[in-house]
Design a protein around this ligand. Sequence first.
Ligand code: HEM
Length: 144
Amino acid sequence: MSLNIELLESSFAQIKERQAEFTEYFYKNLFNDYPQVKPLFNNIHMEKQQEKLFQSLVLTVDSLRNPDVLTGALKGLGTRHVKYGVLPEHYPMVGSSLLKTFAFCLQEGWTQSTHQSWIEAYAAITQLMLDGAEYPVEILNPCT
Ligand code: HEM
């Protein structure tokens, strides 16, 4: 899949100017829409977590033209998320909250093509993070 890097970069440039608002709304959306993930963050310092999440999004967008760096960083992030208790089924929840927050922050700048570009980017991010994660086979294929 080829990502629309120009659109991802230009839309994220606007988000970058609104870090505090973005991260606050992101976790608000996540916890309101998917309260089942809240316990994962029970002992987490949320202000630090907001900063870390945002910086990893900055690194991701900055590395879109450097696939080796991007792949290594996201696989490593995925590996660490197994230890945090994150399951594959949680990824679409975070994706939907991220996109909802993008839409809220970008307002009329959130066009159909920006939306589509971020859907594809988040699918690629998820795939790389899950590639780096070693889940027991029964978690990946619960019906087998
Ligand atoms: C685009 C996808 C995601 C990104 C960019 C991301 C980014 C991060 C970053 C940078 C950290 C800081 C710790 C570290 O670097 O290892 C972190 C921690 C964490 N993430 Fe994510 N994450 C993503 C997906 C998820 C998902 C799907 C969940 C599940 C709801 C999740 C839950 C957590 C939790 C609970 C921590 C705290 C870990 C701890 O300090 O004990 N993340 N995330």
